[in-house]
Write a protein that binds this ligand. Structure first.
Ligand SMILES: Cc1ncc(COP(=O)(O)O)c(C=O)c1O
Length: 393
């Protein structure tokens, strides 16, 4: 059977592949530790689950408007008004089946065949593939390790051409944990305004910040950034709701409404029950979020200490999200030449799953999730240290 070119070129998600691998190993009875996973190891807070259960019991189990229930869209608009002081109306919001779906629809709405989309590396795995599915061409810009993986506004500007349609920014970053300072976001917003481009601004990890890091937005520039900013958010990480599949986009009305038209033919709407749970997530008690953050902050220290004690490994401090992105260049050599080889070696010799940097457009690094319970995390890092030491580097 011939699969269309558009999809034949797409690689499967490397992070989901790592999760599958870990599950298969566990099913074989192996004592596997999965540091590849991109989700909080906490349960969804009980009051959010209760809101979902109430929605079921009250029969709110039918189709909803394609762009989501008004209560949730209004809660999203209110959140952005409160955070950035920028006025948003319901019509400028859309609820989607996870942030991933919001991003997909955004590129479908923005990108014509051959259009370019600027993407800083290391990038989240799905950004380039979603651009390619839409017929676009990803144009990569290195966020340098020596700059703590914060992309420079000048480098973004230099990468833009007549064909550029959009710039993707993701802060805090998956995989590097980099947090783009508000001043850099404002500079990039000015570039987008001057060049008439859209910033697809992925703030999935906005609540997970360390050492006093501040989460900004292109909207921080002021209302003039509103027409060029499509903000993408998600319930998945902030409220440990990955399986509920609720995300959103908020931005220019014509763009959001095109996304809603597309959604009406794809999924009809995101799950009604999950939408009611999300209303509780956005507007209810936020204690669980601070508790998760405190746990991640502690684990980050464990990871950094242990990684930095390994010979051939160096690691900057991730300022946000829940990933470390150590450089393993000092370990690579003739037999283990790439980070893919090293990740495979870790699975084979230590039963530890990580994601190789190649999945994020940067060989020579591994992504390590610290959304893993303390003892297991410490044990995994001990195993990694032994496995690396056995390589004799
Ligand atoms: C940077 C980034 N954006 C978006 C998503 C999408 O998450 P979801 O579709 O679960 O909302 C993820 C998930 O890993 C992510 O890491």
């Amino acid at each position: 059977m011939e699969i269309v070119n558009r999809l034949a070129r797409i690689s499967p998600s490397a992070t989901l592949a790592a999760a599958d691998k870990a599950a298969r190993m566990a099913a074989q009875g192996l004592d596997v530790i999965d540091l590849g996973q991109g989700l909080p190891d906490f349960p969804t807070p009980p009051q959010i689950c209760d809101a979902g259960i109430t929605a079921i019991n009250e029969g709110r189990t039918r189709y909803t408007p394609a762009a989501g229930i008004p209560e949730l869209r209004d809660a999203i608009a209110a959140r952005y008004r409160a955070l950035y002081g920028v006025e948003y109306e319901r019509a400028e919001t859309i609820v989607t089946c996870g942030g991933k779906h919001a991003l997909y629809s955004a590129f479908q709405a923005l990108v014509e065949d051959g259009d370019e989309v600027v993407i800083p590396t290391p990038y989240w795995v799905s950004f380039p593939e979603q651009v390619r599915i839409a017929g676009g061409r990803p144009v990569f810009v290195d966020a340098r390790e020596e700059d703590a993986f914060v992309v420079s506004a000048q480098d973004i500007d230099d990468a833009c051409t007549e064909r550029t349609k959009a710039i993707i920014l993701n802060t805090p970053s998956n995989p590097s944990g980099a947090v783009i300072p508000p001043s850099v976001l404002a500079d990039i917003a000015r570039i987008a305004i001057d060049r008439d481009l859209v910033i697809v601004f992925d703030e999935t990890y906005e609540q997970f910040l360390y050492d006093g890091a501040v989460h900004g937005s292109p909207l921080g520039l002021g209302p003039e950034a509103k027409p060029v900013t499509l903000s993408i958010g998600s319930c998945s990480k902030t409220w440990a709701m990955t399986g509920w599949r609720i995300g959103w986009a908020i931005g220019p009305r014509e763009l959001v409404s095109a996304m809603a038209r597309l959604q009406s033919h794809l999924t009809s709407n995101p799950t009604s029950i999950s939408q009611w749970a999300a209303v509780e997530a956005l507007t209810g008690d936020q204690t669980a979020v601070s508790e998760m953050l405190a746990a991640f902050a502690e684990r980050r220290e464990v990871v950094l200490r242990q990684l930095r004690s390994m010979s051939g490994v160096s690691c900057g401090r991730p300022m946000g999200a829940f990933y470390a992105f150590p450089s393993v260049g000092g370990i690579l050599g003739d037999s283990i030449a790439t980070s893919d080889d090293l990740a495979t070696h870790l699975i084979d010799t230590a039963n530890v799953v990580t994601v190789p940097g190649t999945a994020f457009g940067r060989d020579g690094f591994l992504r390590i999730s610290f959304a893993v319970e303390n003892d297991r995390l410490g044990e995994a890092l001990d195993r990694m240290a032994n496995s690396f030491a056995a390589l004799g580097t």
